[in-house]
Design a protein around this ligand. Structure first.
Ligand code: SF4
Length: 238
């Protein structure tokens, strides 16, 4: 049950509440056009291989500073449920808050057990239109919808995230449909709009992969505000 870990960060401030220890796990079944970490895609590329106890020992070294807790991100962390389960059990023994940052694509009994040890889910719902979701990620939308519906069933706190990409995910109708759907879940505590950026481009070039969003500009402040307004009009806590 060793974990394949791309990297870790001991003072994360963007992946859950407070200052957190964040593990970025290797491996992802999606191929998002805007991915800024394509070097996490293959499970065994350039990784640290660590037992959960070794990973937790890294957390313990800085425990006094990471008051927020521990987050596992990726890649898609739920490709490695056994590793997370053990790591989170260790965190829970120390009373630490646990969070998972996921696309919600993988859902099975093992994942349910991991969710039992998870305090907060950061869920990327990357589009609401099934066809456009698949164009953007190469995978179907349906598993993510099943995932969020399960989170509602067990009343798990969720922060939903939406990457705003001009020309791909900023259509007004789509934003309204997305917000209407998400506003149906009372366990959604927060919604974050993540503006698309070009910071991952050098990784695509280094890996000699075809990056299709070369010409896409980040959204303007105006475009971000418009999306925020639409979400707020549906009562979402943006
Ligand atoms: S889910 Fe995340 S890591 Fe996987 S391809 Fe999409 S953006 Fe990249």
């Amino acid at each position: 049950m060793n974990g394949y870990i791309h990297s870790f960060e001991s003072f994360g401030t963007k992946d859950g509440p407070g200052i957190r220890f964040v593990f970025f796990l290797q491996g992802c079944p999606l191929r998002c056009l805007y991915c800024h970490n394509p070097d996490t895609w293959n499970m065994k590329d350039n990784t640290y291989e660590m037992a959960p106890q070794e990973a937790f020992a890294e957390v313990v070294k800085v425990k006094n500073f990471v008051k927020g807790g521990v987050t596992v991100s990726g890649g898609e962390p739920l490709l490695q449920p056994d590793f997370i389960l053990e790591l989170f059990r260790l965190c829970k023994q120390e009373g630490m808050h646990t969070a998972i940052d996921t696309s919600g694509y993988i859902f099975n009994d093992k994942v349910k057990t991991v969710l039992d040890q998870t305090d907060l889910v950061l869920l990327d719902v990357k589009h609401i239109n099934p066809k456009k979701y698949e164009e953007l990620t190469t995978r179907p939308l349906e598993p993510t919808l099943r995932f969020i519906e399960y989170l509602a069933e067990i009343n798990k706190p969720v922060w939903v995230r939406y990457v705003l990409v001009p020309g791909y995910s900023n259509d007004e109708q789509d934003l309204n449909d997305w917000a209407r759907y998400i506003s149906g879940f009372s366990n959604v505590e927060r919604v974050d709009i993540l503006p698309f950026h070009q910071m991952g481009i050098h990784k695509w070039e280094k890996m000699e992969k075809d990056y299709k969003l070369k010409e896409v500009q980040p959204p303007t402040n105006e475009e971000i505000k418009q999306a925020e307004e639409i979400f707020k009009n549906h009562g979402l806590p943006v």
